[in-house]
Ligand binder design. Structure first.
Ligand code: MSP
Length: 505
């Protein structure tokens, strides 16, 4: 079966920050894991370039929206490369192919009778690109997210008959209890639907930066309608000369909790209206917090992901984010928390296990992994690990899967302490015993490295190469799946000591 995974497309009105990297890395971990399992994966990310968020930011900077989009889109593309994401395509909503695709689908929604002309009256936040009800506002007229004063506006535009999908959406939820996860988000979306669906604007009259409404060139398509369609249009032109839609659609979406309503309510209704199959699933993660606030450019509370990676490396950031914050919930991150986990878990647990194992095989067995059987007690403890990791990742529990892997790393370290190979090495009568211990350690290290590969691809690959193993397929993740006999190589320290930042000049 194919596996099509997406991230939200990021607004180009601001610089990329760690919150953006978070979803992209999560999707990459799943994509890499599924490839290990031999699945036919397509991984999409990109930038959201139309609408007020970008038009207004461009105005503030005194450049055209296109200039701003071109400039900032590159930064998001660089971030994707920098976090080592293996996306198959990077979509920009300003791509002409996307724009044509949006027009086709919107025309279909219109032709199927779900569009009418009306007047919108109410509040609109240009940063969220979202209409706000009176009840949502804070201090009378402020956006609850951006805390900026909103204008009350009235304009004629085209409406999408979201209300017509009340029953089909309720049925979709009831028939597919796993459609939206975690459960709390499913409940949130379903109760929003049950609360009664209002029709939504499908176009904007006062904006020029967007995709023209095909039957009314005086209006542009509302940026969220345009943006959501990226998931669908991308497949039609991502690979030159091919249409991948039938191969990969429907998608599995990964999103932050801020955009639940759009993805879990409006998006499936749009697809139903156009006669297109709804997404396979939507997973909603929480916010990365610093000082208990959502980290975002607008609140000025940002960690520059490039800086973090310069100092600590990409793999360690990828590890830290999914270790520190339970994926699906909000959680705080900090430089201090990073340092603690880096030292205690990466350097002392995984790094030490690797360097000790390699050093002992070098010293006691001239660099050759003994070709014997595994330790029975260790085998019993590690037997279920790969299956558990698979189950957890099937449920998009990225932190749970990592916890399983780390339990195995700790078990292996305990094995070293209990067996004390340095003592066995002094006793000729224990030669076979030592063979078994060393092979078990090499094999255990190989398994945890295969399992952790999607999280820390470079580190795991370096370690596997030092163990004389290249294969990262998931089948090989079972303890004892590979025999001994490999010649080990050299390994530079995987997790060098963190040097304090240089004093400001
Ligand atoms: N352009 C829209 C999405 C359109 S998808 C069809 C948008 N863009 S955004 O750039 O503002 O943010 C998109 C996503 O970035 C969030 O949903 C979330 O996945 C991620 N994050 C941004 N800040 C975040 C945190 N502080 N923490 C975790 N993820 C966050 O909304």
């Amino acid at each position: 079966m194919s596996f099509y995974i997406t991230t939200p497309i990021y607004y180009v009105n601001a610089e990329p920050h760690l919150g953006h990297a978070y979803t992209t890395i999560a999707a990459d971990i799943l994509a890499r894991h599924m490839r290990q399992r031999g699945e036919d994966v397509f991984f999409l990310t990109g930038t959201d370039e139309h609408g007020e968020p970008v038009a207004q930011a461009a105005e503030r900077e005194g450049v055209s929206p296109r200039e701003l989009a071109d400039r900032n889109s590159v930064k998001f593309r660089d971030l994707v490369k920098r976090v080592n994401a293996t996306n198959d395509f990077f979509i920009r909503t300003s791509d002409p192919e996307h724009e044509r695709g949006v027009q086709e689908v919107v025309q279909k929604i219109h032709d199927n009778g779900f569009v009418y002309e009306g007047t919108y009256e109410g509040y609109y936040c240009p940063r969220c690109a979202d209409f706000k009800t009176d009840a949502e506002l804070v201090d009378g007229n402020k956006c609850p997210i951006h805390l900026i004063v909103l204008e009350h506006e009235k304009e004629d535009n085209w409406f999408f008959k979201l209300s017509a999908f009340q029953e089909p959406l309720e049925k979709l939820y009831v028939d597919n209890p796993q459609w939206v996860t975690p459960r709390a988000r499913y409940n949130e979306a379903l109760s929003f639907i049950k609360g009664g669906l209002q029709d939504v604007s499908l176009s904007r009259a006062r904006l020029r930066w967007g995709v023209p409404v095909p039957w009314d060139e005086s209006q542009v398509i509302y940026v969220w309608i345009d943006a959501l369609l990226n998931y669908y249009t991308a497949l039609s032109y991502a690979r030159e000369g091919e249409d991948l839609t039938s191969e990969y659609w429907p998608a599995r979406h990964l999103i932050g909790k801020d955009i639940l309503k759009f993805h879990a309510v409006i998006w499936p209704a749009m697809l139903l209206a156009a006669g297109i199959e709804v997404p396979r699933s939507i997973f909603i993660h929480g916010y990365l917090l610093m000082d208990e606030h959502k980290m975002s450019k607008s609140l000025g509370n940002v960690i520059d992901p490039f800086e973090v990676m310069d100092r600590f490396g990409t793999d360690t950031l990828r590890y830290y984010l999914f270790r520190e914050v339970n994926f699906g919930q909000d959680g705080s991150i900090s430089a201090a928390g990073f340092e603690t986990r880096y030292n205690a878990e990466l350097a002392n647990e995984y790094g030490n296990l690797a360097s000790r194992t390699l050093a002992m095989i070098g010293r006691y067995r001239e660099g050759l992994v003994p070709g014997v059987g595994v330790d029975d007690a260790l085998a019993a403890d590690l037997a279920g690990v790969a299956d558990h990791v698979r189950e957890k990742l099937d449920a998009v529990d990225l932190s749970g899967a990592l916890e399983e892997i780390w339990t195995a790393v700790r078990r292996l370290n305990r094995f070293v302490q209990d067996e004390e190979p340095w003592k066995l090495a002094k006793d000729e009568g224990e030669a076979e015993h030592l063979d078994r211990v060393l092979y078990s350690l090499a094999e255990g290290l190989r398994c945890v490295s295969v399992l952790v590969h999607p999280y820390m691809p470079d580190t795991a690959a370096r370690l596997l190469a030092a163990l004389g193993q290249e294969d990262v397929s998931f089948d090989g993740a079972a303890f004892g799946a590979r025999g001994g006999g490999a010649r080990i190589g050299k390994l530079e320290p995987l997790f060098p000591r963190i040097e304090p930042p240089a004093a400001a000049a």
